[in-house]
Design a protein around this ligand. Structure first.
Ligand code: PMP
Ligand code: GLN
Length: 381
């Protein structure tokens, strides 16, 4: 393994999900729903397979039906307009989009500012592109970004900001004021911004505002999202990029040499999913809100300090009071054996692990009976 990837051996999700299988514990670690997405959308995938749509290489930019559905979605929810032929690119999940964006946009040695804790593929993607991470720490209890620190972190080597809102793992959702300040900084210092918006439909308090909708941002933002979270099909790996024709073409260039294309039949199904009525999106969010509240209450009862999330399907907790001598990684490795529950330590999402030393993340995208049982087990800890 090349030295750029030192320390990035096995993802925490693989480690903890394997532990869940080995111990039979309830998996509140890796973020995937335990209920699949809508039956009608699964049927759409079956129909595509049966009708021979997408069984051979789809077009490099994605099938036209999906690109059009993405454009319609961006217009419906955000009033944004994109050209489906040049400003939309379908990818193998958001993960590939992030990697392709880093590979396309960074020169070796370019600095990338990202708020830590960050989703683990960020560190790897920046490293693979030869970039230099500049992490800015989001601190408990509310994990708001420090905008003065952000301003001070920009150097002549800074090429781009990699932003994630709603934010995994903290559940923080950037406000319009924060986004405005970030946009102004990007314009002033001539930065690109890559925005990871995979939890765009999981905002419980506040609203999701795509950065690309703010003044000056349309030509310097690469927006990324994915069907995995919004439609509960994380295994389908259908994601997308929207942005200016120039930036999308850059990302397409690297993407075509990573996978070329992916997920043929599923692209047709996701096109149908994106067109679901508003009630689907509302019900999905309200269901997750109830689950958030259920697990938050259970965790509090069990002695965890809960940092209630505004979005995503994760709750970050602090274990300092519950397990005074343990760091989060040690705690999470023991938890399946001691309580029959799997969680993930936020510390692994940090370049400065001390900031997340006692923070543990639980996923609540699980059936209510499962969340109740997990809460009960944790209470007995
Ligand atoms: N970004 C964030 C913040 C995530 O939590 C995830 C995990 N699903 C991804 C990207 C990856 O999305 P996908 O599964 O579409 O590759
Ligand atoms: N995004 C999911 C999470 O944060 C997991 C994705 C993965 O396993 N790579 O839990």
């Amino acid at each position: 393994l090349n030295r750029r990837l030192d320390g990035l051996g096995t993802t925490i999700f693989a480690e903890m999900s394997a532990l869940a299988v080995a111990t039979g514990a309830i998996n509140l670690g890796q973020g995937f729903p335990d209920t699949d997405g809508p039956e009608a959308i699964r049927e759409a995938a079956v129909r595509a397979l049966r009708d021979g749509r997408g069984n051979q290489y789809p077009p490099g930019m994605g099938v036209p039906e999906l690109r059009t559905a993405i454009v319609d979605h961006q217009r419906r929810f955000y009033g944004l307009d994109f050209d489906p032929d040049t400003e939309v690119l379908v990818t193998a999940g958001a993960t590939e989009a992030i990697a392709a964006a880093m590979l396309a946009l960074l020169e070796p040695g370019d600095e990338v500012i990202a708020f830590e804790p960050f989703y683990d593929s960020y560190a790897a993607s920046i490293a693979m592109a030869g970039g230099v991470r500049v992490p800015l720490t989001l601190r408990a209890p509310d994990f708001r970004p420090d905008l003065d620190a952000l301003r001070a972190a920009v150097t002549p080597r800074t090429r781009l900001l990699l932003l994630n809102s709603p934010h995994n793992p903290t559940g923080m959702v950037l406000t319009r004021d924060e986004l405005t300040a970030i946009a102004e900084l990007a314009v002033e210092r001539d930065l690109l911004v890559v925005t990871d918006e995979v939890y765009e439909h999981l905002v419980f308090d506040g609203e999701h505002i795509p950065l690309i909708s703010l003044p000056g941002m349309s030509d310097r933002t690469v927006s990324i999202s994915s069907a995995g979270k919004t439609f509960s099909f994380t295994g389908w790996k259908v994601g997308w990029v929207t942005g200016s024709a120039e930036l999308v073409a850059a990302v397409r260039t690297t993407k075509q040499f990573l996978t070329y294309v992916a997920s043929g039949p599923f692209q047709y199904a996701v096109a149908e999913a994106l067109a679901l009525p508003g009630a689907y999106y509302d019900d999905f969010r309200e269901d997750l809100r109830e689950k958030r509240d259920l697990l938050a209450a259970g965790l509090r009862d069990a002695g965890f300090q809960v940092h209630a999330p505004q979005g995503t399907y994760f709750i970050t907790t602090d274990i300092a009071a519950l397990a005074p001598d343990l760091d989060a990684l040690t705690f999470c490795r023991a938890l399946p054996h001691q309580a029959g529950v799997v969680a993930v330590p936020n510390s692994v999402f940090h370049d400065h692990p001390s900031a997340g030393r006692t923070q543990v993340r639980f996923a609540f995208c699980k059936r209510k009976t499962v969340l109740a049982e997990a809460s009960e087990r944790l209470r007995r800890l």
